[in-house]
Design a protein around this ligand. Structure first.
Ligand code: ADP
Ligand code: DP6
Ligand code: CO
Length: 362
């Protein structure tokens, strides 16, 4: 069998697909910018990969002269600290790889010398508040770990993906996921754990109303940095509000308690956007259409007497609507199409309907 260095002609590739995740208790604020350590725990639901997902192919070959990456067909720089952290951490854990088909053996120590080419595609808007950084870095780390035979469990991989983008650690699991903020200075205990698998609470249906696909003006990274520096409300949220909500949300998920789930999800989204307003200068992620969607859902829930739909907005104007069951989802869609017909004078341009699901190899 030829060793990795003997022939320059081979290429080894691996492709993975990873869905995005949407937080129902939000992560907003870091205590360590380099390691990406958060100021609070967060909880999310991982979406169905058939709708919003990243597909990443990683390739290694002795003929590659440097590490390179293309995102949605355009070459991007890998010099940033976040990409370098992920590449370094996976290379450090790389194992021996034997490819019998190619008659090839890549030893552990070869990985330091070999270069990578990476091609990644998001099938949904990038940097528009639909968590492209989450699906993107989770997929990158997962694909690299497979390529390099890094034998880490998903939680360990999540701690690596976290160093690419905080929210990415939660996309390594399907279903309901908690990012435990951790205490260690080196970040080794700041990782994701699965709270409930992807078949748990299968009644829920998720509808995403794409209000705008435009790239946001303030990235999540800089927005949360400014909130940490200037918002007193964020301090209150982190100390007094989120710890209680995390406990209540875990209970609601465990018990399929939609009323509590919806109340906590909406309240947390609203507080996150209140923190953005409390930031100096204020950050506006939602727009008029987002506010009208909130109004529409609130009125309907009140009319029904019991919540039918929960709404949550990440760092962008797009609405993620979680309905209690299929019947409520149909009614929700009817209402949305009536009040916000696509291509009307609202800037709402499409709907994506999905389920919860798990990450898979392509
Ligand atoms: P979003 O709300 O979409 O997560 P962010 O501001 O958090 O927006 O992050 C956007 C950044 O995430 C992009 O500018 C890019 O650096 C990174 N990113 C997005 N998609 C991918 C991907 N598929 N692979 C690697 N990085 C990605
Ligand atoms: C509002 O994970 O995108 O979506 O860690 O700086 O890459 P970085 O930020 P990112 O922030 C996500 C913020 C959020 C809430 C959440 O996903 O929990
Ligand atoms: Co992001």
């Amino acid at each position: 069998m030829a060793s990795a260095e003997e022939s320059k002609r081979w290429v080894r590739m691996m492709t993975a697909q990873t869905p995005t995740n949407i937080a129902v208790i939000k992560y907003w604020g870091k205590r360590d910018e380099t390691l990406i350590l958060p100021v609070n725990d967060s909880i999310s639901v991982t979406l169905d990969p058939d709708h919003l997902c990243t597909t990443t192919t990683v390739a290694v070959s002795p003929s590659f002269e440097e590490d390179r990456m293309w995102l949605n067909g355009k070459e991007i720089s890998l010099s940033g600290g976040r990409f370098q952290s992920c590449l370094r951490e996976i290379r450090r854990r790389a194992g021996d790889v034997e490819d019998r088909e190619k008659g090839l053996r890549i030893g552990k120590s070869d990985w330091e010398k070999l270069h990578l080419h990476i091609a990644s595609f998001n099938n949904f808007p990038t940097a528009a508040g639909l968590a492209s950084s989450a699906a993107g870095f989770a997929c990158l780390v997962f694909a690299l770990a497979k390529l390099m035979n890094a034998k880490e469990d998903q939680s360990q991989l999540s701690a690596i993906a976290r160093q690419g983008s905080g929210s990415a650690c939660r996309s390594l699991f399907g279903g309901f996921v908690k990012w435990i903020m951790g205490n260690d200075k080196d970040g080794s205990d700041s990782l994701a754990v699965q709270l409930a698998h992807d078949k748990h609470w299968d009644d829920l249906v998720i509808i995403i109303a794409v209000v705008s696909s435009r790239q946001k003006e303030t990235s999540s990274t800089s927005g949360m940095r400014e909130s940490v520096e200037t918002s007193l409300l964020l301090q209150h949220r982190v100390k007094e509000v989120v710890p209680k909500r995390i406990v209540q949300m875990e209970e609601a998920i465990k018990n399929h308690d939609f009323a509590s789930f919806a109340q906590l999800t909406c309240a947390d989204s609203n507080q996150f956007h209140a923190v953005c307003l409390d930031t100096c200068p204020p950050i506006f992620y939602m727009n008029d259409t987002s506010h009208r969607i909130i109004n529409c859902v609130e009125k309907w829930n009140r009319l029904e007497g019991t919540p039918q739909v929960a709404y949550t907005f990440d760092a962008g104007p797009n609405a993620v609507l979680i309905s209690r069951d299929r019947k409520a989802a149909v009614q929700l869609l009817q209402r949305l199409l009536f009040y916000f017909p696509p291509n009307s004078d609202t800037d709402l341009n499409s709907y994506v309907i999905g389920d919860k699901s798990i990450l898979k190899d392509a």
